[in-house]
Design a protein around this ligand. Sequence first.
Ligand SMILES: [Zn+2]
Ligand SMILES: [Zn+2]
Length: 610
Amino acid sequence: MKKTCIRLLCCAVTLCLLLSAVPFAIAAEKKSDCGTDCPYYPTIIVPGLGQSSVVVTDDSGTPITDKDGNKVTAFPAWIQTDKLINSLLGPALLSLFTQRDMGLSDAFADAIEDAFGINKCDENAKPVGNVLTEKFPYPYSEYSEYDKSIVNMHIPFELYPTDLPRDHLYYFEYNSFGNHIDLANELYDFIQLVKAQTGHDKVNLVPLSQGASIVSAMLDYTPAVMDELHKIMFVVPALDGSWIIGDVFNDAITFTDSDYLYHGFLENIRLLDQSTAGLIELVARLFPDEVLMAALQKGVQKLVQNVMIYSTGMWALCPTAAYPSAAQRYLSSPEMASIKAQTDRYYQAQLHHKDNIRKLQEKGVQVFCVAEYDISLINVGTHWNDQNADFIIQLDSTSMGATSANVGETLPDDYKQQNTCCSNPAHNHISPDRVIDASTGLLADTTFYFKNQRHDLTQHNDVILKLAMQLIANDDIKDVYSSPDFPQFNYGRNVKNLLTLLDEAEGVNRKLLTKGQKKRLDAAVENAQTVLSKTVDGPNAVPDAEAQLHKALVLCGKEKATLTTPDVFTPVSDFLYRHYGSNGYSEYPRETAKKGIDALVSFFGAVAGR
Ligand SMILES: [Zn+2]
Ligand SMILES: [Zn+2]
């Protein structure tokens, strides 16, 4: 029950809110001794949603710790297991045995509000919960082991060398649910801090995902900053928000429909974690539809109405096309006037983001972008399959207007490259798979596309990381034609498992292997290293190398025979859906129900008897 509650809570809402930012004392002391002829530019990473350390504190502002001594994080919610069980277990058991809503939906909604409530903001969109954003107002070269662990969890700098000196590398921590105008001002202040510490008059910015909304706001509110920038590398930027948030703010949620919940929503969630989705399904079926749906509807309602609409950080993720109706729905009361004034201001910045980027270019600032495509949005909202996306953000937003066919489709046979944003007729901006026309994206010549790359796994794509490390170190790459290592169109990949397997292979004592084992292992290691050394390769290069290395390790007795843990829940769940649709167990035909309930009674009897 414990795990189930947490999983239900975590998965019911994949979107959330966070808290306040403690202003860093500006430490203007110069930290690097590079002179006026320094060839580098200090670089500030502006991470994405939840990629900063925001921790829960006590009333005195001291971070609280869990039983292992780790700070308790507030993103996306503050899950207090014991409290959850206390509030949910009674109503859940009552509802289970009576097959009626015995307070479960209200208890569930309260639990959601309680967990996410740590990230609440007031009527001026200022965070009010006990949270602290841990700031790093000094370069990476001065990071403690703890600082490094926080940053590398999100962006693995330690794995990817860059020529940029570590005393020129900075990471801007912020609260994803914080006040968006404050965040833009804090970023501006951080740039001043970096300039003072390095003695440079210009910096590079690398905004990822939500971080791009903060950069976009800053460019609009404080245009003078444009003269303080040398280069921006946007990585899957939320420049025109995400339709996931657009749908949430327009009450266009899919999973509060029971049929869709089982046969659609959870299916897509399986992309994230198949086994958890299957388990959620099985547990959800313990309750009749009306109980489950009431719980989900009330939970979503509380999360949106009591937490999310007070966060201007979240509003900044609403697409321009979704904003007017959402603002009408949630921000038209006098109580919300201050928040609406702030979100209206950002809406204007969002409408002008392309103009602002053009201004940057006119000032000589180099602007690059990485966009990912051919994975539908996670199907939280009704617009999930309207256009091409990277699972989290639609391509139109991350590519600043590239034309694309939808996922699984191609541009029409007679489609001609539009060249809206490219003036060189010799350029071919149509992707080899004929899904993308990059010539209509604002940065037609400096946007790199990765097919089948999931947004939330971007940090495991070694090619994107290598591209970033080169772009921040020097100006050798001018556009997508500068280096054959980094073409405009490439494949997504995830090298996390491959790196883990390689580590394991390195640890194998070769002296204990037979000649045959050693040969296989060495060949697999060599192949893996070759794959990792290339930035242009086939779409299956990484999975193939992984499989070969895994097989070799199994042969050496070092690995389990399967790459992934077997998923027992999904087949059962599929069977239930095929035979019974979306019904809860109690609504199944009598015989099945009887067997199911007998099984449950003996299960709970066994638990109680333990
Ligand atoms: Zn320098
Ligand atoms: Zn071009």
